[in-house]
Design a protein around this ligand. Structure first.
Ligand code: SF4
Length: 414
């Protein structure tokens, strides 16, 4: 029998610096929103943010706000407001909770930073590489704020991302520059784009190195840490702060590795998390796994903000490649190859698939994948039902029982 012990998780000291940079980021947006002295673009989280930075826009990410709504556990109460205006409870709960937040003027930015409301956009930019929901989400705000909506329509579920796809996406991104010149009032400057791409690439490589340290035993970082510390890779990429932050974080984690300090006490089981986090249960899940000596240490989710193909000498094509080769965009065949590599690289003992009710796009257990991967690798898995933001979709007791039984199964199979 596995024995549940009091969880001991190690605090990451760099967190203070991250909080400082995140606070500065939100205050800069808030100031610009009030004074209107800088243009603001809203962008989907794996959208062409680099292009927007090159025009001088401050970039705000509604999905990051959605995650904050989830993590602060206010999302569930806000979803019905979006349902009431016709947005189904079955669609993305980032979208519904975010619109609910706007309709009720209730944002976690107030408690965290004293900011009353989200910044007003001058333009909304989407990329459908992750799902269609982001386009509809931005469309609602475009109507609300009466500002332009532009975007990239990426072909979804390719196994191979071939040149035809890359060229089509690259042309769409490049084509946006014309509208962005008009909206920003600035001429497109290829040198500025190159500089932003170089910073984004540096951020990406550092973030990749941070996550790759989890391959060591014990892992110095958990998935739950990763969901917090990926913040700068999502919202600050393309800026010096993101690079500075990950250099500091990396140094701290390398020190942990050198001293064999794990993210949890006495790591015995190494777990892979597949799918979205359950934002309102991060702490609870982190404690649950740590209490079972199980370190959830790798995930597809945190790796989604690694854009290794960025190349400042060929910005549009490399951006198209990086934003289209992402896991979430691909076919199950490509995803399975990726997960199998991750199992090996991180010495994984078991996989948790999160079937997120309102995000079919990032729930990869619905078309037989867990069984296929288990048959090929011998690594067991379970599926837990839940959601990213809608806590009504979660049975905590059921999930706890299933996870405990799963760890026991791993132990018995040894
Ligand atoms: S990928 Fe899922 S969680 Fe993200 S915006 Fe799309 S539907 Fe929402």
């Amino acid at each position: 029998m596995t024995q549940e012990i009091k969880p001991i998780r190690k605090k990451i000291e760099a967190t203070g610096l991250m909080n400082k940079y995140m606070a500065e980021y939100f205050h800069e947006l808030d100031d610009a929103s009030k004074s209107r002295d800088r243009k603001i673009a809203w962008c989907t989280s794996v959208g062409p943010a680099e292009l927007l930075h090159s025009f001088g826009f401050l970039v705000y990410y509604p999905e990051n706000h959605g995650a904050m709504l989830g993590a602060t556990r206010i999302a569930t109460d806000l979803i019905p407001y979006a349902n009431a205006i016709g947005y189904s409870p079955d669609i993305c709960s980032y979208l519904t909770s975010d619109i609910g937040s706007y309709l009720t003027n209730n944002t976690p930015l107030t408690k965290a930073y004293g900011i009353k409301s989200v910044p007003k956009p001058d333009v909304l930019v989407f990329n459908t590489n992750q799902c269609r929901d982001v386009q509809d989400w931005m469309a609602w705000y475009a109507y609300e704020f009466k500002v332009p909506l532009i975007g990239v329509n990426t072909p979804r579920t390719p196994t191979e991302v071939n040149d035809v796809i890359i060229e089509s996406v690259a042309k769409q991104i490049e084509g946006m520059a014309v509208e962005l010149e008009e909206i920003s009032g600035n001429k497109f400057d290829p040198n500025k784009l190159k500089a932003v791409m170089a910073l984004s690439k540096e951020c990406t490589e550092l973030w990749k190195e941070v996550l790759s340290l989890a391959a060591t035993k014990p892992s110095p970082i958990s998935f739950f840490d990763g969901t917090i510390h990926m913040g700068p890779a999502v919202v600050l990429r393309g800026t010096q702060h993101a690079v500075d932050y990950y250099e500091v974080l990396l140094t701290e984690l390398k020190e942990r590795v050198a001293n064999k300090v794990g993210a949890i006490e006495d790591e015995k089981y190494r777990i892979y998390w597949e799918g979205m986090p359950i934002w309102g249960r991060l702490r609870q899940h982190s404690d649950l796994f740590a209490g079972l000596n199980a370190c959830v240490l790798a995930s597809t989710y945190c790796n989604s903000w690694i854009f290794s193909d960025f190349d400042e000498s060929d910005p549009f094509t490399s951006m198209a490649k990086a934003y289209t080769e992402l896991f979430i965009v691909r076919s199950d065949a490509a995803k399975e190859e990726y997960i199998k590599k991750m199992i090996k690289a991180f010495s994984i003992d078991g996989i948790i698939y999160h079937d997120a009710k309102t995000c079919p796009n990032n729930s990869n257990c619905r078309y037989g994948m867990p069984r296929r991967i288990e048959t090929e690798t011998g690594v067991p898995s379970i599926t837990i039902n839940g959601d990213l933001n809608d806590l009504r979709m979660i049975s905590d007791e059921q999930n706890k029982t299933n996870i405990e039984a799963f760890i026991e199964q791993i132990e018995e199979n040894r």
